[in-house]
Design a binder for this molecule. Structure first.
Ligand code: NAD
Length: 384
């Protein structure tokens, strides 16, 4: 395992094997079905902890290389996310090359489903960018290895309440480290986004007595959060300038960058949005220089993954919530490691994920050698 999530970005121009070896991907499946027009890539990064799980996204990639690069990067991210969350899942991801606005048809998704089925559970898929519940239902017609589908089809439905619970716990754990108390009463918290995760998060924060500020490009959504929680509405551009204790990004990726970081006046950034740091190696240190503690996004937004992983064992929402609440302990451990080893929080979380993979990997190899030994014993016993 290489040391950090972003250190070895797969380079375009390499051969497929070179790209796979760079970050130790186990398997890449190139799926081509000319009759439906399906062009897809499934990447399985690592299955030490369990079957690989990760969403399928549909995107009009500018080249096949760009699609490969994306799926390799995303599948690797899933390995770390599952490992640090303590799940027995590996990292996988899939991309369907196509424009979700005009290239969607049943035959494409059913063909994709057949590829997933053919992997016999080594890769389990879920909804991601560019996909809809309807598309996932078509995939489900061909394979049982689908999670996150509607409750009507035996799935767990909308994961955002569980994600929000995890984000809330991640915020509390970080507050405890930074302010000495995890109480959020009277804490000023700005929330970017008033969508599914944010709305549920705002409810938890309001219940605890936090003073909220909220923004979204959709005014109606902002109005709903304001009505329910008494939050103060702000316009999307001003959200970075507020004098708050905590900034919680729950809308888009890349919001922590060279333009926004100098404007932040918070002590903590902790939110559910994916890939908040535009470039981890550049903008992570910029946050540290400003004295801002960053709760790694993939650690505190793992509630969604925790939710779908529960489907594999027979879904129970209460159990999923309990498991998501443990993000408090995970985040506390990361902050502790970060302080003790004097490393950024995102390095601490990557290291903790890798430590788990190494531990289990070692157990696996001991087991493998033992079973080999037992086999030989069997031969010897048989000879007698
Ligand atoms: P959502 O679509 O319900 O909400 C996102 C909101 O962001 C929308 O209301 C949108 O209008 C708003 N938005 C877009 N551009 C904006 C801007 N410039 N300024 C302010 N608001 C803007 O999505 P969601 O399910 O709440 O997810 C939010 C984030 O969390 C995403 O990054 C998602 O990838 C991530 N995430 C979600 C889950 C989950 O369970 N839903 C799990 C893990 C990660």
């Amino acid at each position: 395992m290489s040391p950090t999530l972003t250190e070895k970005e797969p380079k375009t121009g390499n051969s497929i094997f070179e790209s796979m070896m760079e970050n130790e991907h186990e398997q890449v499946i190139i799926c081509s079905d000319p009759s439906s027009g399906l062009k897809a890539i499934i990447a399985i990064h690592n299955t030490i902890l369990g079957p690989s799980l990760g969403g399928v996204r549909m995107w009009p990639y500018e080249s096949e290389r760009a699609a490969l690069k994306d799926v390799l990067r995303l599948s690797r991210g899933m390995t770390y996310k599952a490992a640090v969350a303590g799940l027995n899942l590996g990292g996988g991801k899939a991309v369907i090359i196509g424009d979700p606005k005009k290239d969607k048809k049943e035959a494409i998704f059913r063909a994709f489903g057949r590829y997933v089925e053919g992997l016999a559970g080594r890769y389990i898929t879920a909804e991601d960018v560019g996909m809809s519940i309807r598309d996932m239902e078509w995939i489900r017609m061909e394979t049982k290895y689908v999670t996150g589908i509607s409750m009507a089809l035996g799935g767990s439905g909308d994961p955002s309440p569980v994600t929000a619970m995890g984000v809330y716990m991640g915020i509390k754990a970080t507050a405890k480290k930074v302010f000495g108390s995890d109480s959020l009463e009277k804490r000023k918290i700005s929330i970017q986004g008033a969508g599914n995760v944010s709305t549920n998060l705002a409810r938890y924060l309001h219940k605890e007595g936090a003073k909220l500020f909220v923004t979204d490009i959709d005014e109606e959504k902002v109005d709903n959060v304001v009505r329910e929680t008494g939050a103060i509405a702000v316009d999307p551009e001003s959200i970075y300038d507020l004098d708050v204790d905590i900034f919680s990004p729950n809308a888009l990726g890349g919001v922590l960058n060279k333009d926004t970081i100098p404007r932040l006046k918070c002590a903590i950034v902790a939110g559910g949005a994916n890939n908040q740091l535009e470039k981890e190696s550049v903008h992570g240190p910029m946050l540290i220089e400003r004295g801002i503690v960053y709760a790694p996004d993939y650690v505190i937004n793992a509630g969604g993954l925790i939710n779908v992983s529960n489907e594999l064992e027979g879904y129970n929402r209460e159990h999923a919530h309990e498991q998501a609440a443990r993000i408090y302990d995970t985040m506390s451990r990361i902050l502790e490691y970060s302080a003790t080893h004097n490393v950024p929080t995102y390095t601490a979380s990557n290291t903790i994920a890798e430590m788990r993979l190494k531990q289990i990997g070692r157990v696996k190899s001991i087991y493998a050698s033992r079973s080999h030994f037992t086999g030989r014993m069997g031969e010897l016993v048989g000879k007698r």
